[in-house]
Design a protein around this ligand. Structure first.
Ligand SMILES: [Zn+2]
Length: 199
């Protein structure tokens, strides 16, 4: 499959192994390999031609769909740095209620001068549902609404999945009790249907 000669994002969808150009004309970019002078796609996606840098890359559906301010995201807390939590965002829900796979970083920041004792409790390892409050190179996330917050958490003593018990979370294995800022549907989360453009 040959790419069109005009620059930018081509509409043709390519498969892994498709020849999308030649190394004499372009450098291999993301998701593209140089195989004996032929540029081959390594992914399912659309060819993107950077005519200035002369780079060919393949943009996957992961990169095509971008979450924006106001969208709901799902992810896992991976780091906690003095009250600012880093979230590895794995999916987002658009306004029509479809779920898209993405790979982005989100931050939950505590407001300046906050009282740490009154901060919403989320911990490393928790899976959360959050809302994007600012959309840039990374997302700022908010979890304060009742439907937002922790949707899955694990016991800090034995790693068993915690069950909801009124306002707290309880470990069914060791009876340890923990607190989190949980989403109102903790324990019975319904994930929207996954959108997969490849199907
Ligand atoms: Zn436990």
């Amino acid at each position: 499959m040959q790419v069109k000669r005009d620059g930018g994002l081509d509409n043709n969808f390519v498969l892994p192994g498709d020849e999308i150009g030649i190394a004499e004309e372009y450098l291999p970019g993301r998701n593209v390999a140089d195989q004996d002078g032929k540029l081959m796609s390594l992914a399912f996606g659309n060819v993107f031609r950077d005519e200035r840098r002369l780079v060919l890359s393949v943009r996957t559906t992961k990169e095509k769909h971008r979450a924006r301010t106001g969208d709901i995201v799902y992810g896992q807390v991976v780091k906690d740095d003095r009250g600012t939590q880093t979230v590895r965002v794995g999916a987002f829900e658009d306004r029509s209620g479809m779920l898209y796979e993405i790979d982005m970083t989100g931050l939950i920041r505590q407001p300046r001068g906050h009282n740490p004792d009154s901060a919403p409790i989320i911990k490393i390892g928790d899976y959360i549902r959050a809302k994007i409050t600012r959309d840039g190179d990374y997302y700022d996330l908010g979890i304060m609404s009742p439907n937002l917050g922790v949707i899955i958490a694990f016991c800090s003593l034995c790693r068993t999945r915690l069950m909801r018990d009124q306002a707290v979370l309880k470990c069914p294995n060791c009876d340890h009790v923990e607190r989190r800022k949980i989403a109102s549907d903790y324990g019975e989360v319904y994930l929207p249907p996954e959108r997969n453009d490849l199907k």
